[in-house]
Design a protein around this ligand. Sequence first.
Ligand SMILES: NC(=O)c1ccc[n+]([C@@H]2O[C@H](COP(=O)([O-])OP(=O)(O)OC[C@H]3O[C@@H](n4cnc5c(N)ncnc54)[C@H](O)[C@@H]3O)[C@@H](O)[C@H]2O)c1
Length: 359
Amino acid sequence: MATMTVQLGNRSYPIHIEAGLLEHTQLFAEYLQKRAVCIISDDIVAPLYLRKLARTLREFSPYHLTLPHGESHKDWQSLDSIFSALIKHGLGRDAVLLALGGGVVGDLTGFAAACYQRGIKYIQVPTTLLSQVDSSVGGKTAINHRHGKNMIGAFHQPLAVVADTNTLRSLPPRELSAGLAEIIKCGLIADVDLFLWLEAHVQEILEQNPEACEYAILRSCAIKSTIVEQDETEQGRRALLNLGHTFGHAIESALGYGEWLHGEAVAAGISMAAELAVRMDWLKASEYRRICRLLERAGLPNKPPTSITPMQILTYMRRDKKNRKGRMNLVLPRGIGKAEVTENFDPQLLGDTLAGNPL
Ligand SMILES: NC(=O)c1ccc[n+]([C@@H]2O[C@H](COP(=O)([O-])OP(=O)(O)OC[C@H]3O[C@@H](n4cnc5c(N)ncnc54)[C@H](O)[C@@H]3O)[C@@H](O)[C@H]2O)c1
């Protein structure tokens, strides 16, 4: 089993990665220590894996709650269902929630754990590539608001992350590609070697080669952990992890949640950030083309959807959480393997990028 620790003082926690961890009773028992447990899942993941995990945890007699799947359900109503279930079962402050699912279940469960009785523990059990490489790590939890993505949330670190790579076998190809978007992002912001490795091995991930998947998950978690350790609550450097997300979140919000997958919107956002960087002479046109090519080979879009207008995207970008004093902050690549947050960009160049004007 590959294990690494996110070093955050008394909020430090391990990330365990291996095939078959859903059946590892001893591993879970170490964290649960006879406390009441409630497994939160969604209506796609629960039929696949809930019974297996409940069997693993049978000595804890876990409660469970199944939510409707998908981004459009990362909302107040799902959050309220979690609170209602916890209160109905009489769970107290010593209870532990288990988020069994993708980033939607993870973000919802984490936020519920942050709020319920002023904060209880939770364990991330991510089942999508995206959640194994990204969303289960770092303690960002949230729900969406109709006026913006992830607008209501909290920083609340999990007790542990337990990633069973066997769960990826049931993942539809489109979801696998969506996870690749966040791995490509990691390479772009901090690790040129990971980017080069992806150029050589992207097909192996799409074919679910276990060694390739485990390597990509480990590298991405290591990059994210290092950044989170330096800046847990995103006062500075952590914003780099949002490369492509200002554009991506705006695309998701403008399209309506669930139309494009989060990873797909991020992929288009990465290519738009890279295009703006070329216009600003931060990135070579040849590097931009390599980024677009890699996204394409990963089965991802490298342009925004044609059904929304540049003005719609801009409207949502103006609501981004990184904006300060009314000024938009963007994460842009400075070559491959390095990125910076900047508010110093020419709005005309952003306009050209949103409009898709030729480079
Ligand atoms: N907290 C963070 O730091 C962070 C980082 C990145 C993304 N996110 C959030 O994560 C969410 C996206 O996560 P996601 O891509 O995992 O989406 P998701 O949770 O919606 O999962 C994608 C789909 O796959 C299904 N699914 C999950 N596991 C499966 C499996 N093993 N087999 C078959 N189907 C499976 C789900 O039911 C869902 O329909 C977004 O809401 C995004 O904002 C959060």
